[in-house]
Design a protein around this ligand. Sequence first.
Ligand code: ATP
Length: 269
Amino acid sequence: MVESLRISHQESRHVTTTTAHRATAVAARAMELSKVYGHGETQVVALDRVTVDFRQGEFTAIMGPSGSGKSTLMHCVAGLDSFSSGSVRIGETELGSLKDKQLTQLRRDKIGFIFQAFNLLPTLTGLENITLPMDIAGRKPDKQWVERVIDMVGLSGRLHHRPAQLSGGQQQRVAVARALASQPEIIFGDEPTGNLDSRSGAEVLGFLRNSVRELGQTVVMVTHDPVAASYADRVVFLADGRIVDEMLAPTADGVLDRMKAFDAKGRTS
Ligand SMILES: Nc1ncnc2c1ncn2[C@@H]1O[C@H](COP(=O)(O)OP(=O)(O)OP(=O)(O)O)[C@@H](O)[C@H]1O
């Protein structure tokens, strides 16, 4: 396991937070983004004019009550879902201007994904799964980089096993390594630790934290878990499809208190 994993995530985040203040380039941006499902009486406004920046080299957690629009926001910004109005930019590219094929290409070339279900191909080994997106894109993996990523997630001894021969935590490490291996402009995680026990979850979050600190990766993660959110540099809170708050250098207790305050407000308003 790499030395830096012994640094607590709060200490390690401090390093990034100061770096992030200097680096202001935007990896992804949503401007006045709205997403409406259905029509008339069954209409649901899942996102209501959301404007948010995800800066390069920053780890952002998206939180909020069930149904507040977290997944919708992530899916729209990641080019996995269409939106009703507003705009989304990944780097300098406006997603609204892209045709389906270009969008697929952009997702493949610029974005890494980590989902709750690990989404590994069962017939491929761990290593083959890690390099698959680059193989599909016809890009030669940067061997040194891939080795560094594999070392960071501590998978060196399990690379030639297939997913069924790996524990849930190990499978999620493969998924994390796969997302990091191609050095995407941004990684999106939808409850990436949702299926893991707390120890494996903490490890995966540590790897994401380290990827931001050591590799300058940009990470955006949807989570319900205040402890998971405490690994981020910043938490963005959603309620009813709107951004209602933001917290920098979050602690688990601080996030929990904020969530309780929203719940209490929700009950009285
Ligand atoms: N395909 C769909 N058709 C209609 N309504 C949808 C669809 N997908 C999501 N919604 C609605 O949009 C709103 C936002 O959903 P979303 O899944 O983004 O919330 P969330 O905050 O991620 O919730 P959770 O924490 O429960 O996963 C909800 O009211 C949901 O019912």
